[in-house]
Structures are given as structure tokens and as C-alpha cells.
Design a protein around this ligand. Structure first.
Ligand code: FES
Ligand SMILES: [Fe+2]
Length: 376
């Protein structure tokens, strides 16, 4: 591409737009360019439902965590009324970041001049502001961000211009109702910083082509078929008699989720809610992956491991879950490492889009979902 060309000219992406069988992968700059990333932030991340975390991460009143991506920071906090809310993490006085990480608080107190906000965002206290003419506390609550919950998944939208969450999720609610995600408990979260583009990570999670090579020492070959979906999501299904959340050589005494029938009972789904919510559901558990983009080449990947509350209460749980952790701790770093290698390769001036394998339909779907939103 020459410097004079418009990066968002649809002509440049003709090969990505072709039907799947003839299509090529995205041009390398889609993963490496700051300009392309900026457009994704403006036209995707600021205008869609973003996965914020799980409701069970804030079980008690005052529990909070912050969600940090592309320089933005959002506070997720459970109020005294038990409602979970989201706020921009910026003080209404002179803008200071209010909270970091995760924890529990009775009020949200600014570290700069001690303005204090209630858990519902109301400004409670603003020291020495009584001489400022016309100052009224009720004029300066925290700025609320849209938050919706589905089955324990929390989604935030940074703009008013988002489709209703029900339209966004389409038929996902019906498909996954039997798993009762809302009754699941997240027993462990782990974060990884990767030097790679967020799309490469999601593409990897949604294709089985790499499994024979990248995971040959761990989970091995996976064979999947694409699922029918309505709404902003895609899924692939892999048949298996039993859970794939332990390594093939391991067994487990943890029970299957009660009431699963049909395809859920016969295997595993790998699902992406666009752009960056991934979850895997197998017969006995669910694990979610969140990829938080910071820059074209910098992404935080978080994995959460969820089991039904009844499973977590079993006396054999602690001993058994170690085998699941072993599996995730082996397979996810393998995916992270190959994502970094791919990103490094895409930095080359010689890198070119390549043809896709029949095992990569969701790579094509994701790439086109992104192009639908970022191109002129
Ligand atoms: S910036 Fe928060 S109290 Fe001054
Ligand atoms: Fe993988």
C-alpha cells in the first residue's frame, strides 16, 4: 500500500470480502497499524457491547473492579441495592482516576481532593466547595456507562448509539440456557499480557486448524463444525463423549451439568460474541476469555474458570480442579505464544494476505465483521 492511499478504501479489502472459499486473510496492516486500531476503537469498541467481566466477580455490595482498555477505564461496582453499575473512572472535579484494580469500598473517594461518591454515583461530599458560587453536589454525579447482564456476563457500552442487548445477542440466550451460566461460580481468573493484536487472539480461539500443531503436546487435534446463529456472535461445536477441559490423559470425577441434552451433552462449544467475548462450554464447566486491546500490538488476555455452584461445593472439587487448571495453563500460553509469533511475522514488509483453510470459517466471519464497521 502506498502512503497516499486511504487505509479505509474498500478496494483494498476485496479479497477479504470474497465468499469464504475464495477469500484471503486480512492485510497485515489491519493488525499492526495505529491508524487502523484507532478506527477500531472509534467504530467498534466505543459503539458495541463489550464484555466487562462476570457478575460473580462482585458478589457483595461495594465490590468493584476496573475495566481498562485502549486507555479508557470503567468502574464496575455493586451498589447497596445490590444493582451492578458502570461508571467512567474519572473524577467530576478535575478528572483524576478514582479506582484501580479490584476491591471493596463503602464510598468511591478521589485520591486527589477527597470528593466522595456513593456506590450509585451520587456525589456525597466535596470538601470546601461551599464558596464556589452555584455549586450543587447533585450536578456532579459520576458519569454512568450502559451496563447489561446476560446469564452473569456483564457487558458495557460506551456510547448511547448501541443496539439493544437482546438484538445484539440474538439466539445465544436460547442456545446456552441449558448450561445455567447464572448459577456458575468463577473459581479462578488469570491474566496474560501479550504482544499481539486482539483479532489474532480471537481468530486463533475460533479455528481448529492450529490445534494439531500448536497443541500437539497438550490438548491435541480438535474437529469442529460451525453453528447457526442470529445476532452478533458465532460458535463452533466439537463432538466429544466427555469434558475437554482436562488434558486427554487425565480423568475427572466432577459431574456433568445437570439437564444437558443434544449437542451440549455431546461436546463442546467455542463461542465468540463479537468483538472480544469468548467462552468455551463443555459438559462440566465453562471458561471465558477476554481480550482487552490497549494498542495494535498490545492486548491483555484474561481467562476465567467457571463451574456450577453445586460442583464447587463437592468435597473432591479442590483436588479435581487442579487437573483443569493444568489444562488451561498449558493450552492458553500455547495460543498466546503463537499469537505473538504471528504478530511478529505480520510486521514484515514482505507479509501478504494468504488463502484460508476450510477449518477457518470464523476467521473469515470475524474479519468481515470488523471490516463492515471500519471501512468507509
Ligand atoms: S480531582 Fe478528584 S477531588 Fe479533585
Ligand atoms: Fe488454541
Amino acid at each position: 500500500m502506498s502512503a497516499a492511499q486511504n487505509l479505509f478504501d474498500p478496494e483494498l479489502y476485496r479479497d477479504v470480502r470474497l465468499p469464504f472459499e475464495q477469500a484471503r486473510s486480512m492485510p497485515p496492516w489491519c493488525y499492526t497499524s495505529a491508524e487502523f486500531f484507532g478506527r477500531e476503537v472509534d467504530r467498534i469498541f466505543r459503539r458495541v457491547w463489550n464484555f466487562a467481566g462476570r457478575a460473580d466477580e462482585v458478589p457483595k455490595s461495594g465490590d468493584y473492579f476496573t475495566l481498562d482498555m485502549f486507555g479508557e477505564s470503567i468502574i464496575i461496582v455493586r451498589g447497596r441495592d445490590h444493582v451492578v453499575r458502570a461508571f467512567a473512572n474519572t473524577c467530576r472535579h478535575r478528572g483524576t482516576r478514582l479506582l484501580k484494580g479490584r476491591g471493596n469500598c463503602r464510598v468511591i473517594s478521589c485520591p486527589y481532593h477527597s470528593w466522595a461518591f456513593a456506590l450509585d454515583g451520587a456525589l456525597l461530599g466535596a470538601p470546601d466547595m461551599d464558596r464556589t458560587p452555584g455549586f450543587r453536589k447533585e450536578d456532579y454525579p459520576l458519569l454512568a456507562v450502559h451496563l447489561e447482564e446476560w446469564a452473569g456476563f456483564l457487558f458495557v457500552a460506551l456510547s448511547d448509539d448501541v443496539p439493544p442487548i437482546d438484538d445484539y445477542l440474538g439466539n445465544i440466550k436460547d442456545k446456552f440456557a441449558p448450561y445455567r451460566f447464572e448459577d456458575m461460580v468463577c473459581v479462578r481468573r488469570r491474566s496474560y499480557e501479550i504482544e499481539g493484536n486482539w483479532k489474532l487472539f480471537v481468530e486463533n480461539a475460533m479455528e481448529d486448524y492450529h490445534t494439531a500443531t500448536v497443541h500437539r503436546q497438550s490438548i491435541g487435534v480438535q474437529n469442529t463444525v460451525q453453528e447457526d446463529t442470529t445476532g452478533e456472535w458465532d460458535a463452533i461445536h466439537m463432538e466429544s463423549d466427555s469434558t475437554i477441559a482436562v488434558l486427554p490423559e487425565d480423568d475427572t470425577t466432577l459431574p456433568h451439568i445437570e439437564g444437558l441434552t443434544g449437542r451440549p451433552a455431546n461436546g463442546t462449544y467455542f463461542t465468540v460474541i463479537y468483538p472480544q467475548t469468548f467462552f468455551g462450554t463443555t459438559q462440566d464447566c465453562m471458561w471465558w476469555l477476554q481480550s482487552l486491546p490497549h494498542a495494535p500490538d498490545r492486548t491483555t488476555v484474561v481467562i476465567g474458570s467457571c463451574f456450577p455452584a453445586s460442583t464447587v461445593a463437592r468435597p473432591d472439587f479442590e483436588e479435581q480442579v487442579a487437573k483443569y487448571y493444568l489444562r488451561w495453563d498449558k493450552s492458553l500460553p500455547e495460543d498466546n505464544a503463537i499469537t505473538e509469533e504471528q504478530h511478529a511475522g505480520l510486521r514484515s514488509a514482505f507479509a501478504r494476505p494468504g488463502p484460508l483453510c476450510w477449518r477457518e470459517p470464523v476467521v473469515h466471519a470475524l474479519d468481515n465483521w470488523v471490516l463492515d464497521r471500519v471501512l468507509d
